[in-house]
Design a protein around this ligand. Structure first.
Ligand code: FDA
Length: 308
C-alpha cells in the first residue's frame, strides 16, 4: 500500500478533517467529479441520462456510522421513496446501502428490518437491493445480517472484497445460499495480516473470484456483478466468460459514476451489461477520501480546484 493511500484512508476516518474540508468550496467543486449532486433528484436525472446511453444504474445515498435512530429511520424511508420514484420514471436503477447507515453500530435487529423494508419495496418493482461491504470490523456482522435478509428476501445481493484473504471461503458460503454477489477489490485500510496489500496480489485474487462467479452463473446460480474500473480485468473476465460459453449478458459489470466514463459507454456499445453506481447526498466526506485513495493522482485534481 502506498504512503499516499495510507494517509488518505486515515484522513477518511478523521472527524476533525471532515469538519475542516466538508464545507470548503474547492472540495465541493472537486467532489462533483464523482457525483452528480447532493439531492436524489440529481441522481435520478443522471440515471435517466445514463439510461439513454444504454447504461443501467445503482443509486446510493451517502452516509455511514449513523447513531441517531430517527435519522436511520429517515434514511430507510428515503430509500423506500427512492425505489418508488425510480419505478415511476421507468428507470433500471437498483439500490445499494451501507448497514452502518441503517444501524449496524447499535447491535440491534434494526438494520435487518430496515433493509428488509427497502427490499420489499424493490421486489414489488422487480428490482434488487445491494448490501455494501464496509471495513473488516463490520464483516462478520454484515454477513450475519445478510444471511438473515436473504432468508426472507431473495432480491438482496452482497458485496464481497477480493483483497481480504478470507473472501474465497466467504464467497463459497454465500454461493451455497444462492446469493448474488458484487465483487470489488476493497476500499478500506486493512492490515497485511488479513488483506493482500500488493496490487498484483489483489488483482490475481479478484480474477480467481470473478471466474468462480462466472462458473456459478453458468451452473444456474445468480447473475453476479463484476465491479471494477480495471479494464485489464474486465478484458480477462470477458474472455473467461467466453471460454465457458457464458453469454455476455449473463455477467454484469459495474463502475462508479465519473470513473472510466468513456469505457463505460464503450462496453455498453459492445453489448456488455454495464451498471453505473451513482452516489449522492451530503455525507460524502469519507467516501470521497476513499475515491482519492484509490488513485492518489486525484489529489492533484482537488488541488487544481483549490487554485482555480
Ligand atoms: P484499481 O484501483 O486497480 O483501478 C483500476 C483503474 O481504474 C485505475 O488505474 C484508474 O485508471 C481507474 N480508477 C480506479 N479508481 C479510481 C478513482 N477513484 N478515480 C479515478 N480513476 C480510478 N468497495 C468496498 O470496499 N465496498 C463496497 O461495497 C464497494 N462497492 C463498490 C461498488 C461498485 C459498483 C464499484 C465500481 C466499486 C465499489 N467499491 C467498493 C470500491 C472498490 O473496492 C475499489 O476501491 C474501486 O473500485 C477501485 O478499484 P478498481 O477495481 O477499480 O481497480
Amino acid at each position: 500500500m502506498t504512503l499516499a493511500r495510507t494517509l488518505l484512508l486515515r484522513a477518511s476516518e478523521s472527524p476533525a478533517l471532515r469538519r475542516q474540508i466538508q464545507d470548503r468550496r474547492f472540495a465541493r467543486r472537486a467532489v462533483k467529479r464523482f457525483m452528480p449532486g447532493e439531492a436524489l433528484e440529481d441522481a435520478l436525472t443522471a440515471a435517466a441520462e445514463l439510461q439513454r446511453a444504454g447504461l443501467a444504474t445503482t443509486l446510493t445515498r451517502l452516509g455511514e456510522n449513523l447513531r441517531d435512530g430517527a435519522a436511520m429511520e429517515a434514511v430507510a424511508g428515503h430509500y423506500v421513496e427512492m425505489v418508488r420514484s425510480v419505478a415511476e420514471r421507468g428507470l433500471d436503477a437498483e439500490v445499494s446501502v451501507k448497514l452502518t447507515h441503517l444501524g449496524l453500530d447499535d447491535g440491534t435487529d434494526e438494520p435487518r428490518r430496515r433493509v428488509g423494508a427497502i427490499a420489499e419495496a424493490a421486489a414489488a418493482h422487480g428490482s434488487r437491493v445491494w448490501v455494501d461491504m464496509e471495513g473488516s470490523a463490520y464483516l462478520e456482522r454484515t454477513l450475519r445480517v445478510y444471511r438473515e435478509l436473504l432468508a426472507a428476501h431473495r432480491n438482496v445481493g452482497l458485496c464481497l472484497q477480493a483483497y481480504l484473504r478470507r473472501t474465497p471461503e466467504d464467497l463459497e458460503a454465500m454461493l451455497a445460499l444462492g446469493a448474488a454477489v458484487r465483487l470489488v477489490k476493497g476500499a478500506y485500510q486493512e492490515s497485511a495480516a488479513i488483506a493482500f496489500t500488493r496490487k498484483r496480489d489483489v488483482d490475481d485474487a479478484y480474477f480467481r473470484l470473478a471466474t468462480r462467479l462466472l462458473r456459478d452463473t453458468a451452473g444456474g446460480g445468480s447473475r453476479h456483478v463484476v465491479a471494477t474500473h480495471d479494464l485489464r480485468l474486465v478484458r480477462l473476465v470477458r474472455a473467461a466468460a467466453g471460454a465457458i460459453e457464458l453469454p455476455l449478458g449473463s455477467v454484469e459489470f459495474a463502475m462508479l459514476y465519473g470513473i472510466q466514463s468513456a469505457a463505460q459507454r464503450q462496453l455498453a456499445a459492445e453489448g456488455c451489461r454495464l451498471r453505473v453506481l451513482i452516489s449522492y447526498g451530503d455525507g460524502w466526506y469519507p467516501w470521497f477520501m476513499r475515491r482519492l485513495a484509490e488513485r492518489p493522482a486525484n489529489v492533484l485534481f482537488v488541488l487544481r480546484n483549490l487554485v482555480g
